[in-house]
Every structure is written in structure tokens, then in C-alpha cells.
Write a new protein. Structure first.
Length: 287
């Protein structure tokens, strides 16, 4: 899921460091992977990557800047480099991602885009990133709220209209006594959720795994995860069904990046090691 909020705060020095690290991560061309490329892509010399801004830490840019940042951005650049190509990014609204690829205007989607069975009718996916839902709260409540069961009878602030609302309500029914259900309140932004917790009007909120990892990296020691990751699913790099040759070339490049540690290094750059996958799977979603 892509929430429409962010609490990213980037200092100029950190941004410069990130750019320096990105340049160090540029990998040599993998001839075996590049040999799998379709002739048209190899001749063009670039990989047309469709994204949908903004969703830190996956893809975003700082206020007033057009420079793209994020895990997906750096991974796409590393893949392109391994294939002897340059990455060319095309930003579209989220509903336009699939049309952009199936009509051939772009080579692939790489933008925190979930592998879903219903999407596999039009697309092939390479699953590259683990995500899911997590409860979190401020550090002041860490001693009193340690597990999901401790949220029974408590108030949960959740982003308006998201699937997190029903996830929290269903978990409450499965976990809590009938007279001690979680009270789920819908509030638009993450900043407001945190304010509700700090003011004592709520005791927890819900966010995607990568969002929480990023929040804890940006503000160390101020937030913590409650319970396990729920509704685990995977983001996938998506290709048109007829583009299996490019899919296989990208898969080979990804495997090379994993073998030499570049994949894990990029994850770690954004504090996302927990979201890494053990292996890259084609069309891994089964429901």
C-alpha cells in the first residue's frame, strides 16, 4: 500500500552522503545478464522505468528538488548498470502504472507495486521486497503496550479509507474480548496519528513495514513496533506478459546484485534490511 504521507526529513549533508554511496554502488556490467536482453532494449541503451511518486523511502524527492531518491530508484539504477544500460524514469499517477507498461510506453514498473494474482493476468512480477502491516507507537508506551493483545480496549489511529482500517478491525475481533475491542479512528495523515498518540487520544497507529523502518531511522529511539508484521506481501518489478525476455534479463541482474552484496547494501542504505528477500521469485503471489 502507498500511503500519501511522509515524515522524511533529510539534511543536506545526509543527501550528499547518499549520493556518494549511490555512486560507489555502481556495478560492472554483467555480460551473461546483458546477453539475455531483447535486441531493441540493448540497441536503445536504456531501461525505461515507470514509477509513481512519492512514497519515501521507496521513491521520492526532496522539497524543491527534482532529484529522485529512494530504494527503488537506487535498485533500478543498479539493475540498469549491470545490464549495460542507463535507467530512464517516467513518473505517472498510480492508476496509470499498468497501462504504461502493457502499451509498451515503458519497459517495467519498479515503484513499491504489489504482486497480486489479479494483476498477473496482465503482468509478470519479480518479487524483490517484503512488506506488510505493523502496529507502532511512541517509545513512552513501550513498557505498557508490548504485544497486539495489549491493544485491546485501546484506540488506534488509522489512515482514512485504507485497508489498514479493516485489518485492525478484523484483528481486534480475532484477538480481543467482545467488550474490549480496539477502537479504530480514521485520521488522514501520519503526523496527525502521532499527535493523537502524544496527546493520549490514541495509543497506537498502523503503517507499512518500510514506512516504520524509515520512521525509526529518521527519528531513532522515538518509535517502536508492536507485534508481528501482518498481511505479509511482496512488491514486484512488473513487466508486460509479452516481455518475458526482459524479465529474465532483469532477474539475472538482480541475482548478480544479490550475490555480490549490492542488493543488501542498498537495503541497508535506507534501513530496510528486514524487508529483503532470500530469493527473487517470479509471480510469487498465490492469492
Amino acid at each position: 500500500m502507498k500511503p500519501t504521507f511522509s515524515m522524511i526529513q533529510c539534511l543536506a549533508s545526509a543527501a550528499l552522503l547518499g549520493l556518494a554511496v549511490s555512486s560507489q554502488a555502481v556495478a560492472a556490467k554483467d555480460e551473461a545478464a546483458a546477453a539475455k536482453l531483447p535486441d531493441a532494449v540493448r540497441t536503445l541503451g536504456k531501461l525505461n522505468v515507470t514509477i509513481s511518486l512519492a512514497y519515501p523511502p521507496m521513491e521520492y524527492n526532496d522539497a524543491g528538488s527534482t532529484d529522485l531518491k529512494g530504494f527503488d530508484i537506487d535498485l533500478a539504477k543498479a539493475i540498469a548498470d549491470r545490464l549495460g544500460l542507463t535507467a530512464d524514469f517516467q513518473n505517472v499517477d498510480f492508476p496509470q502504472l499498468i497501462p504504461q507498461v502493457v502499451t509498451g510506453r515503458s519497459d517495467l514498473i519498479l515503484t513499491a507495486f504489489s504482486d497480486k494474482v489479479e494483476r498477473q493476468t496482465q503482468l509478470d512480477f519479480i518479487d524483490y521486497f517484503k512488506t506488510g502491516n505493523v502496529f507502532y507507537s511512541t517509545a513512552e508506551l513501550k513498557d505498557s503496550i508490548k504485544a497486539e493483545a495489549d491493544l485491546c480496549g485501546k484506540t488506534i489511529a488509522v489512515a482514512t479509507g485504507t485497508s489498514w482500517v479493516t485489518w485492525a478491525e478484523d484483528l481486534s475481533k480475532a484477538t480481543c474480548a467482545a467488550d474490549k475491542q480496539m477502537s479504530v479512528i480514521q485520521i488522514p495523515t501520519q503526523a496527525e496519528h502521532i499527535m493523537q498518540i502524544k496527546q493520549g487520544r490514541a495509543q497506537a497507529s498502523i503503517i507499512g513495514l518500510e514506512g516504520l523502518l524509515d520512521l525509526m531511522k529518521q527519528e531513532p529511539g522515538k518509535f517502536y513496533q508492536i507485534g508481528a508484521v501482518g498481511e505479509i506481501n511482496h512488491y514486484g518489478i512488473a513487466f508486460a506478459k509479452q516481455n518475458a525476455q526482459l524479465r529474465d534479463a532483469v532477474l539475472a541482474a538482480l541475482n548478480a546484485l544479490k550475490a555480490d552484496g549490492t542488493y543488501v547494501e542498498i537495503l541497508d542504505r535506507y534501513g530496510l534490511k528486514e524487508a529483503g528477500v532470500e530469493e527473487f521469485t517470479v509471480n510469487g503471489a498465490k492469492k
